[in-house]
Design a protein around this ligand. Structure first.
Ligand code: NAD
Length: 494
């Protein structure tokens, strides 16, 4: 099961093989929930620092926190953390392959919680990073696992349990704390993470711990970017036949990568300024909000707007959706007319160029990002990606016509059947918990009840004009289908 490399094919495919001694790497970073994005982003950056800049303090130990991480655990353990990262540009000759070797160990916490805690307590660990998806921050103190973690400091089950109990142990041992670094698409992800950590810590009724976290731990906010789909068997076969690498879980991604992060690390950090130039695009700043806002309201909101409609139109991949001329018009109008006026100035960024690049990135046919991946967790994505724009536009007395289409398409999708009457399998923990599918099916084409869920839609359920617009979208989608709805909606734009 090890990563097996056929060197002659690797050379032909110009594969970058590890060029440093992994045994020299210390685990400066422990990453919770190792998914594909972590492996295309932070692990890639740390690999560059080790191989191109001889930085040996920033190896990574990955921890799989949930039982779902068992398959990743099996592969990463067998391959000693090594895997192939393949970047594919829009031009089919623009392919680069790199064996990433910064992930020096992997711990599957459900089987070995004591090992996970031990590495979190180790003085070499300076940063604990995480990618737990947008929904991971919807902390529910009544959740059984959270309740378990409040009572069991030696065998946590959740990310928050591990982090807080480890911080407490470091406090008691007079050890420096670690920086807690979120790499998820959540606006002010540092602040949001800090709130979750403090909320959990308060449940332990330990004022010294709370004070320690409040005063000594830092939570840098960051904007992270690199479109990274899930891995398919076709990707495994591609890596095997074209690059000569037998890899159980390679990562395919786009060439573009970006990381804008607050320079706020309580126990040291990698020399990220070494990665400031293109193609790495790392920026250390005191003011990350404008970049986060730009990325979430343009990139993530566009993704969230096109995926449900595109899925209903019968498309499988994001690039197919984007190549539909009507969708391109819709996304451009959404970005230009509704989102851009709500954005603060973003230092050093030409917004027109940024938006053009987004359309090109969405259209990349080689990374094969699926609509279904982007459709996941809509209930956690709408409040972060689209609702702020809608609220802002309504406050200004404007009609967010295209945002209404995005919301209506999601509500139609929640109805549970596509336009061929095939069931849609909803991958959305919060939507399931809130029984949104049942609600969408029961109230169709009404949208008021769903829009009144303030956890998702803030105050939008109190705005009759917006409710009416969304209900018209849902009604049209049921009556005339997605293609015709889109055509009419573009024609009716104010
Ligand atoms: P993935 O499915 O490959 O991995 C997700 C990981 O998160 C898994 O280890 C899973 O077990 C874990 N997880 C899910 N819910 C969790 C929870 N509630 N608590 C703890 N762990 C949880 O997904 P990915 O592509 O790595 O994306 C993960 C996140 O990274 C995204 O949700 C997003 O916030 C951020 N991100 C992804 C991309 C991308 O293009 N994939 C780009 C930018 C940012």
């Amino acid at each position: 099961n090890q990563l097996i490399i056929d060197k002659s094919k690797c050379e032909a495919a110009r594969t970058h093989l590890p060029s440093f001694d992994r045994n020299q790497l210390k685990h400066g970073i422990v990453h919770l929930s190792v998914g594909n994005f972590h492996r295309s982003h932070l692990a890639y950056y740390m690999d560059i620092l080790a191989s191109e800049h001889n930085q040996t303090d920033w190896g990574i130990v990955g921890i799989g926190v949930r039982s779902f991480d068992k398959p990743m655990s099996t592969v990463m353990k067998a391959q000693h953390g090594l895997y192939a990262l393949v970047t594919k540009g829009a031009d089919e000759n623009d392919v680069n392959v790199r064996i990433i070797s910064s992930l020096i160990d992997y711990i599957f916490a459900p089987d070995e919680p004591e090992n996970a805690l031990a590495v979190l307590l180790h003085p070499d660990t300076k940063i604990v990073s995480m990618t737990i998806t947008e929904s991971g921050y919807d902390l529910d103190m009544n959740n059984v696992d959270i309740q378990h973690d409040l009572k069991n400091s030696d065998k946590p089950k959740t990310v928050f349990g591990f982090i807080v109990h480890a911080l407490d142990a470091r406090r008691r041992a007079n050890e420096k704390p670690f920086t807690v670094m979120s790499c998820d698409n959540v606006q002010q992800n540092g602040e949001v993470t800090k709130r979750c950590i403090l909320q959990f810590a308060k449940g332990l009724n330990n004022p010294q711990l709370t004070e320690y976290i409040e005063t000594q731990v830092t939570f840098p906010s960051a904007m992270v970017d690199r479109i990274t789909p899930g891995t398919t068997d076709a990707d495994r076969e591609y890596v095997r036949s074209r690059c000569g690498i037998a890899d159980g879980w390679p990562v395919i991604t786009e060439p573009f990568v970006q990381w804008v992060i607050e320079d706020s690390f309580c126990n040291g950090r990698p020399p990220l300024e070494l990665l400031s130039s293109s193609p790495y695009n790392v920026l250390l700043t005191e003011h990350v909000e404008a970049y986060e806002c730009m990325k979430m309201r343009l990139l993530n909101a566009s993704h969230t707007s096109m995926c449900y409609l595109g899925y209903l139109m019968g498309y499988t991949y994001i690039h197919e959706i984007m190549l539909d001329k009507q969708i391109e018009i819709y996304i451009e109008q959404l970005m230009n007319i509704e989102v851009t006026p709500t954005l603060p100035p973003v230092p050093g960024i030409d917004l027109e160029n940024y938006k053009r690049t987004l359309i090109e990135r969405f259209s990349n046919p080689h990374i094969k990002d699926t609509a279904l991946r982007v459709c996941m967790d809509g209930a956690s994505k709408f409040p972060k990606f689209l609702v702020p724009t809608i609220v802002e536009q309504l406050k200004r007395g404007n009609n967010p016509h295209f945002c209404a289409l995005s919301v209506g398409a999601w509500i139609r999708y929640l109805g549970g059947y596509d336009e061929q009457n095939k069931p849609i399998v909803l991958q959305d923990a919060l939507a399931v918990e809130l029984k949104l599918s049942e609600l969408a099916a029961k109230t169709k084409p009404g949208a008021k009840q769903i829009l009144s869920i303030s956890q998702i839609f803030a105050t939008l359920g109190e705005n009759p004009q917006f409710i009416e617009a969304v209900e018209r979208v849902v009604q049209l989608l049921y009556e005339v289908g997605s293609k015709e709805t889109l055509k009419r909606w573009i024609k009716e734009a104010p």
